[in-house]
Design a protein around this ligand. Structure first.
Ligand SMILES: [Zn+2]
Length: 204
């Protein structure tokens, strides 16, 4: 792309670094912003700055939150004896949208993926084990995507959790074809949580 301005080129290059945004879309977004008033652009940039500066991660479940402890972890209406383990905050949002889960969460922040150099220590796994020691947990639901990374992580977590006297369950793994939780429709996801089954160790 040939740009008439270095400032324009820089802005397009920044937008183009966002996931799913190609050069053409980046240019369209930047030209759109240029047409906005100064106040509108200032609000846009200050929202992003504020997000980055002030966002917190719940120190109990590691979900994105405005507070040190998220609203789910502090809610007396939730069943604190059931913890649903998910990959990231999008999965929490997807499961919350089903309106069919009353337990609490634990956000791993990714999945074990040796190919991408992500090992167990890069994830919030120690935090989960800590919660097993401190909280009265009866069940851990492993709601991870039906991918190789999801399977690897589930097996690893199962081995970590088996020393505790809890039920380890998984949601129906056929819910998506190698897809991720956030893309599953709410009804199917809700049903797969309701019909979760005890995790069975694969025979190797
Ligand atoms: Zn929390």
């Amino acid at each position: 792309m040939n740009f008439s301005s270095k400032l324009l080129e820089n802005a397009v290059s920044e937008f183009g670094r966002l996931p799913g945004v190609g050069q053409k879309t980046a240019l369209r977004l930047v030209l759109h912003l240029l047409k906005q008033s100064d106040a509108e652009v200032a609000r846009f940039t200050s929202t992003i700055n504020q997000l980055k500066e002030e966002i917190q991660y719940c120190h109990i479940c590691f979900n994105i939150s405005d507070y040190h402890e998220c609203e789910i972890c502090t809610s007396p209406k939730r069943d604190h004896s059931i913890i649903c383990v998910v990959e990231d905050t999008r999965d929490v949002m997807a499961i919350e949208n089903t309106n069919s889960y009353q337990g609490i969460y634990h956000v791993l922040g990714g999945l074990i993926s040796p190919m991408d150099g992500v090992g167990p220590s890069d994830l919030k796994i120690d935090g989960l084990v800590d919660r097993m020691r401190k909280q009265d947990v009866k069940e851990v639901i492993l709601a991870l995507s039906a991918t190789m990374e999801g399977d690897t992580t589930i097996f690893y977590l199962y081995r970590k959790l088996k020393e505790f006297n809890i039920q380890v369950t998984t949601i129906a793994r056929g819910i998506a074809f190698g897809g991720e939780l956030e893309y599953v429709d709410e009804l199917t996801l809700g049903r797969s949580i309701a019909t979760r089954t005890l995790y069975e160790r694969p025979t190797l």
